[in-house]
Design a protein around this ligand. Structure first.
Ligand code: HEC
Length: 116
């Protein structure tokens, strides 16, 4: 009467697939900065008085398209948006951006300078 699972012998083979992959995730030091986060946290408050509400030096940083003029996607060191803050030249007359803010700009450019 009682139907035992005859012959299958499958005793629920639990966890036989032990993935022993060494996880090297700890070295991802990118801040995953997006354009919108950079715009609201850096460009608007720290550059905006000269490059958003005004165009000092003819430099407009008010929109993504405008910012791209100073950005070479994938190459922060060829992008004046980054080199100017890295060197401390911008914000002009003010304290340099924090390392974190500089890193965010660099990371965003490195990741392709997307309109995200
Ligand atoms: C107090 C005003 C002021 C602020 C704040 C300021 N800038 Fe500027 N910026 C200027 C002026 C004036 C110029 C053009 C003359 C020059 O290069 O010195 C300029 C030029 C630039 C240029 C073009 C440089 C080149 O030679 O290609 C970039 C890029 C730039 N600024 C980025 C920024 C960024 C990014 C910030 C914010 C972190 C910022 N600026 C904040 C005044 C300012």
């Amino acid at each position: 009467m009682v139907l035992l699972g005859i012959g299958s012998g499958a005793i629920g083979c639990l966890g036989t697939s032990q993935s022993t992959s060494s996880s090297n995730e700890s070295k991802s030091s990118t801040t995953s900065a997006t354009f919108s986060s950079i715009q609201s946290a850096i460009l608007s408050p720290k550059c905006g008085t000269c490059h958003v509400s005004q165009r000092l030096g003819g430099v407009d940083l008010s929109t993504y398209a405008a910012v791209l003029n100073y950005t070479k996607p994938g190459e922060p060191d060829s992008s004046s948006l980054y080199t100017q803050v890295k060197s401390g030249a911008m914000p002009q007359g003010g304290p340099a951006l924090s390392q974190t803010d500089q890193q965010k700009i660099s990371d965003w450019i490195k990741a392709g300078a997307k309109n995200d």
